[in-house]
Design a protein around this ligand. Structure first.
Ligand code: MN
Length: 276
């Protein structure tokens, strides 16, 4: 039993087990939902060290590895995992999941021993294809649960252009509870990070502002909040070049955009008490 494929094929009925390594909680949630949709069992770890620990205790059919994480990044973790596997004669394919913002990342992924990569935000069709390829087994979408929510009749009229994200699209894709969970996590997390952005702006710490802006951008991109994602990208860039005047203005726009996004999300979330 050298390959993951051999294992998952012989384990009829048992879903393939995926290890998700990701430090951004919103991305974690999104990826988990996507992987579960593909019928996979998911174990979540939030940094490379936890991932290495998980791999030394358990065999995974596939690993999705974020590259940039605190404590231990995805490159180091992959090297450590490959070392463990060399001793145990096991092998789990590792797919890097990254924004690949820096052009050297791809080479670093391969050099570290990863097998493939997916860019963020994760595209479900691409994920499905990669998962199928690396598990070498048919992955079927968990019968798409046709009970899609009926769209509010007038939503098309009121949202049109200015909607900060496409809630109807999200509602089609996620179960109401998943969506509520995810949005609450997004709002809390982002609120938190924005507080820190302000603090680090005051300190003119361009590294930390850029890192936070990058993180918020990633969360926004995974839920489809494009405007906010774009503003965060701009903040990241302005912080990197120490353009604090532009950065301050952008931060103000981000606060404004976030507050309208929050209002929008809160008024459009599926109501818990109201049956669909
Ligand atoms: Mn990360």
């Amino acid at each position: 039993m050298k390959t993951a494929a051999g294992d998952s094929m012989s384990n009829q009925g048992e879903p393939p087990h995926v290890l998700l390594v990701e430090d951004n909680f919103v991305n974690q949630k999104v990826a988990t939902v996507l992987l579960q949709r593909l019928g996979l069992k998911v174990k979540i770890t939030s940094n490379g060290r936890e991932a290495v620990e998980a791999v030394s205790n358990q065999k995974f059919d596939l690993i999705l590895m974020d590259c940039h994480m605190p404590v231990m990044d995805g490159f180091e973790a992959t090297v450590a995992i490959r070392e463990i596997e060399a001793r145990t004669n096991a092998y789990s394919p590792i797919i890097a999941v990254t924004a690949l913002a820096m052009s050297g990342d791809r080479e670093r992924c391969i050099a570290a021993g990863m097998d493939d990569y997916l860019s963020k935000p994760i595209d479900i069709d691409l994920l499905k294809a990669k998962v199928a390829h690396w598990l070498r087994t048919e992955v079927v979408f968990e019968s798409q649960k046709q009970r899609r929510k009926v769209l509010r009749p007038n939503s098309a009229l009121t949202l049109v252009k200015s909607a900060p994200l496409d809630m109807a699209e999200l509602e089609e894709f996620y179960e109401p509870e998943q969506l509520t969970d995810m949005m609450e996590m997004f709002l809390n997390d982002t609120q938190d990070m924005l507080g820190k952005v302000q603090k680090h702006m005051d300190e003119k710490n361009s590294k930390l502002v850029a890192a936070l802006a990058h993180e918020i951008k990633a969360s926004c991109a995974s839920i489809g909040a494009k405007n906010l994602a774009r503003l965060c990208l701009y903040l990241e860039q302005t912080a990197c070049r120490h353009d604090w005047i532009e950065a301050e203005e952008t931060a103000t726009s981000i606060e404004r955009e976030f507050s309208s996004l929050r209002d929008y999300i809160q008024s459009h979330l599926p109501q818990e008490s109201t049956p669909a």
